[in-house]
Design a protein around this ligand. Structure first.
Ligand code: NAD
Length: 498
């Protein structure tokens, strides 16, 4: 059995903990490896490696840091299929989707390659007589990333390229369910010439996370995962004085107005609900059909849901793979059962789905549930599976009110041909990322990614300008160079400009 180890100070490390967790291939349902689970000593070694690497890396010139980032970009590009295969084998998503995730992560690396421009400060000449002021930003120190299973490459890549480009060092604690991608990334950094200790990986569970949160040597924590854990990370990390950005779960709605192109809307709804088996924080899990759009969109989505090709992520013909674990499969099926019990209409039923040759795989077929009400568990729970619930409302304002009453605020979309309705929606919804005829509106790397309400704890979004701001702190210098002809203007009153 292959053992997946930590990566500390530039090499694979078994650590002292003897705890491990199984890593499955979700398509076959078989265990394929075990991952070591760090105890506090292992995490402290990774943090110490990052702390020791910080003085040199933070003093390395911007142009040398940029060269390492460009080299890293080339290597990730060259080894993208290797990374995608590791993702598919442990997460289950289809290979083209895994390659798409690597591509979106790479865009953050490309953004971070622009760090010379991003770190330019401000300068004001002669703010007072013979006095100038300028500002610049410095790195924080050791930054940590704690990441979810659903994007084992892209979500860590939302964080570390920017953190490292800014001159910080990094400890990544990836999901224990699909840990291999993070080690490939560590090897790629080393090949790119990143000094040992600047990027470290520790595998583990709550023990590892709590050690990071309590460490006085960690300056900032970026977290992405479910809402209860995000809230916990924000509270515990903030209590020890760290900067914390903690992105949580989601319930993303897409409004369908009667004037929308129904075929276009149904195609895109199906892709947004069933792509990656619904295990995307920006997946659409609730369609809000307004007025007579309801029957038309449900008929079109049902047809598309029935035609989705489900199979192993390694099979090129598959459009959708399995979900990540047996527990996830059972939880999703249990929620579909609850929808049926609570009176919703199961239009397309993905329960009991089997794929020939992969009978033990963790598959759930695409599922469409109509006439869902906001009290039902399928609406209140984040299902995180290939299940689209349809809620019906009378007007677009009712639909906006419904979205605003939901505790999450990650992403949302509208399908319409009315610019007026789209603008009302865009301005009225309390959600961080909005799509207009774009169902999965994940911002490009040079914008920042983040939700509102229970989808984000902390005030900075990831990557883009807010990422640079999160991983640095500002200094403002006020200076003058007196010369002998100047009379001294020292005074005991508070300094004001002249
Ligand atoms: P999760 O919250 O179970 O795990 C996330 C991380 O937290 C993992 O590294 C895990 O090891 C760690 N963790 C788990 N339980 C912990 C505990 N009790 N104490 C401390 N650490 C703990 O999430 P997941 O199941 O891996 O990922 C799916 C979730 O992530 C969904 O809710 C999804 O919406 C969310 N997500 C959100 C975004 C976003 O951008 N907002 C992006 C991707 C995923």
């Amino acid at each position: 059995m292959r053992t997946i180890e930590h990566w500390i100070a530039g090499k694979p490390t078994r650590g002292v903990s003897d705890r491990t967790a199984p890593v499955f291939n979700p398509a076959s349902g078989q265990q394929q490896a075990e991952v070591v689970l760090a105890d506090a000593t292992d995490v402290e070694s990774a943090i110490a490696a990052a702390r020791d690497a910080f003085p040199d890396w933070s003093q390395t010139s911007i142009s040398r840091r940029t060269k390492v980032l460009f080299a890293f970009r080339e290597i990730v590009n060259r080894r993208a299929s290797e990374l995608a295969e590791a993702i598919t084998d442990e997460h289950g998503k289809v290979l083209s989707d895994a390659l798409g995730e690597v591509q979106r992560g790479l865009e953050v690396v490309e953004f971070a390659c622009g760090i010379p421009t991003l770190l330019k400060g401000d300068y004001s000449d002669q703010v007072s007589t013979d006095v100038d002021t300028w500002s610049f930003r410095e790195p924080l120190g050791v930054c940590a990333g704690i990441t979810p299973f659903n994007f084992p490459a892209m979500v860590p890549m939302w964080m570390f390229p920017v953190a490292i480009a800014c001159g910080n060092t990094f400890v990544l604690k990836p999901s224990e369910r699909d840990p291999s991608a993070s080690l490939l990334i560590a090897e790629m950094w080393q090949e790119a010439g990143l000094p040992d200790g600047v990027f470290n990986v520790v595998h583990g569970d709550k023990v590892a996370v709590d050690t990071i949160l309590d460490s006085p040597d960690v300056a900032a924590v970026s977290f992405v995962g479910s809402t209860p854990i995000a809230r916990y990370i924000h509270e515990r990390g903030s209590a020890t004085g760290k900067r914390v950005q903690a992105l949580g779960g989601a319930k993303n709605h897409a409004i369908v107005l009667p004037d929308a192109d129904m075929d276009f809307a149904a195609e895109h709804l199906a892709a947004a609900a069933f792509g990656s088996a619904g295990e995307r924080c920006m997946a659409i899990s609730a369609a809000v059909a307004v007025g007579d759009a309801g029957d038309r969109v449900v008929a079109a989505v049902n047809e598309r849901a029935r035609s989705v090709v489900v199979g192993s992520g390694r099979d090129d013909s598959s459009e959708m793979g399995p979900v990540v674990t047996r527990q996830a499969q059972e939880r999703i099926v249990g929620l579909i059962d609850s929808g049926e019990r609570q009176g919703a209409s199961i239009e397309v039923d993905g329960r009991g789905y089997t794929v020939p040759g992969f009978e033990d795989g963790f598959f759930v077929g695409p599922t469409v549930i109509d006439r869902v009400s906001t009290e039902m568990d399928v609406y209140t729970e984040e299902i995180f599976g290939p299940v689209l619930s349809v809620v019906r409302t009378e007007t677009v304002d009712d639909a906006i009110a419904l979205i605003n009453a939901n505790p999450y605020g990650n992403g949302t979309a509208i399908f319409t041909n009315s610019g007026e309705a789209a603008r009302r929606f865009q301005r009225g919804v309390h959600v961080g990322m909005i799509g207009i005829n774009v169902p999965v509106p994940v911002p490009m790397a040079y914008y920042s990614f983040g939700g509102w309400k229970d989808s984000l704890f902390g005030d900075k979004h990831v990557h883009g300008p807010e990422g640079v701001s999160f991983y640095t702190r500002a200094k403002v210098v006020t200076a003058r160079w007196p010369h002998s002809s100047h009379a001294s203007d020292a005074s005991f009153h508070f300094p004001t400009s002249k």
